[in-house]
Design a binder for this molecule. Structure first.
Ligand code: BEZ
Length: 180
């Protein structure tokens, strides 16, 4: 596999700020690729949408549960990215009671497009979204790549397995070379 550097992007996030009064104490905060990936070895996984069934029932909760096992494999952070805006991603994180996995809102799809994983999901009324994939990324360089089969627009199925946390963990534990 060609060594890939993750694209340089600025993400528009909303963060809680207790100094703000009123019912919605959040402010905008830009976060860059360097903020998320610089100097860290992380697992990034990407999915078609917040609140969707497989993502909410299996993929995100399983990464959350297996966090300590990933840490034991030398992973500093686990990031979940989706082509959804920060309001949706924050609401999803709250609904999931996340403590470990951090959510990255790629609302405009720029990161997903530049990493080559943007697909149409117009068949579901979703517009442009991410194909399911995951990666181990060391200081911004893709070390291992896990992409579901059948990358395509308006795919009628939703393959899920290669990018499941159990598979990535097994790969890390086995110390295998890149899964391209
Ligand atoms: C799911 O995660 O189950 C799902 C994802 C995209 C579209 C429909 C369902």
């Amino acid at each position: 596999m060609t060594v890939r550097k993750v694209p340089d992007v600025t993400f528009r996030t909303r963060v809680r700020d207790e100094s703000i009064e009123g019912p919605n104490p959040y402010r905008w905060q830009d976060k860059t690729t360097a903020d998320y990936f610089g100097g860290k070895r992380v697992v990034l996984f990407s999915l078609p949408g917040a609140f969707t069934p497989t993502c909410s029932t299996y993929q995100l909760p399983d990464f959350e549960k297996l966090y300590d096992e990933f840490k034991a494999q030398g992973i500093d952070e686990i990031y979940c990215i989706s082509v959804n805006d920060t309001f949706v991603m924050n609401a999803w994180g709250k609904a999931q009671g996340l403590k470990n996995v951090k959510l990255i809102p790629d609302g405009s799809g720029e990161f997903t497009r530049k990493i080559g994983m943007l697909v149409a999901k117009d068949n579901l009324g979703f517009g442009m979204r991410s194909w399911r994939y995951a990666a181990v990324i060391d200081n911004g360089i893709v070390e291992r790549w896990f992409e579901e089969e059948g990358f395509s627009d308006n795919c009628q199925t939703d393959p899920y397995g290669v990018s499941a946390p159990q598979n990535i963990l097994a790969n890390l534990k086995a110390g295998e070379a890149v899964a391209a």
